[in-house]
Design a protein around this ligand. Sequence first.
Ligand SMILES: Nc1ncnc2c1ncn2[C@@H]1O[C@H](COP(=O)(O)OP(=O)(O)OP(=O)(O)O)[C@@H](O)[C@H]1O
Ligand SMILES: [Mg+2]
Length: 266
Amino acid sequence: MSMTPKPTPESSGEPPETGPAPVLEARKLHRMRQVEGREMPIVSDVSFALHKGEFATIMGPSGSGKSTLLHLLAGLDRPTAGDVLVAGEDLSGGDEEYRAAVRRRRIGFIFQFFNLLPDLTVEENVTLPLRILGQNPKKHRERVDSLFSLLGVSKLRDRLPSGLSGGEMQRVSIARALVTQPELVLADEPTGNLSSKAGEEVIGLLRDVCTRLNATILLVTHNPRDAAAGDRVLFLHDGALLSQSEMKGGPFDVADVFHRLQELGV
Ligand SMILES: Nc1ncnc2c1ncn2[C@@H]1O[C@H](COP(=O)(O)OP(=O)(O)OP(=O)(O)O)[C@@H](O)[C@H]1O
Ligand SMILES: [Mg+2]
């Protein structure tokens, strides 16, 4: 019996296989702003890609452009130049309506100050993104129940946000960010307003839930412990990524992240 070897892409003349498209790609992003009457670069020539399932963090001093960059990546702000691709869809092109549609379907955003609507119950807050997408939350009951349970907030469903602790509010906002099963989760200092213990719990939960849902996370943080929990740390300085300083292959030792920050003067 003759065995014909399976043709390799090279021998068959097919183009070599490329990996899956990144979930997030920033290409030469720039954002200028008027500061005291002068155009100043706030984000400069930022390029990187995140792949499915990655948990990356961005660290940098206050004012280095972290929130500005995250807003560009979420399509909440437009770059002066460059492109943002989320699951291959160009967020830097199109009008506001198009960007909002991509954002609602593909991105979950977690804020430092939670941004829960005070007059809605926890459950109403969490299911709001579904209603905005025109979906009936009752049809997604299993998913909603399982998120509440994974995040340990099942008992809080009927409460108003004013009756929650900071850690509870952030767990509820994580449930809200994940309820539409976004491919990409962006978080701006999600532990910045929490006690150290609550912050640690929130990062652990976020990591756990995103792994289960196969979501990709990019998280801005000042806290080396948060960054140590990720797979990769990107350092931002004066709006530019210090790509030579990027850390890969986490989780890391907190002391190593701290040491790198000191070396960079960040
Ligand atoms: N709307 C705006 N108009 C003008 N300048 C702005 C605006 N928003 C931010 N900036 C400036 O852009 C720079 C970067 O701000 P940004 O909020 O992105 O920094 P950051 O790294 O998130 O800081 P922090 O760690 O304090 O949250 C700062 O110098 C800030 O003053
Ligand atoms: Mg910020």
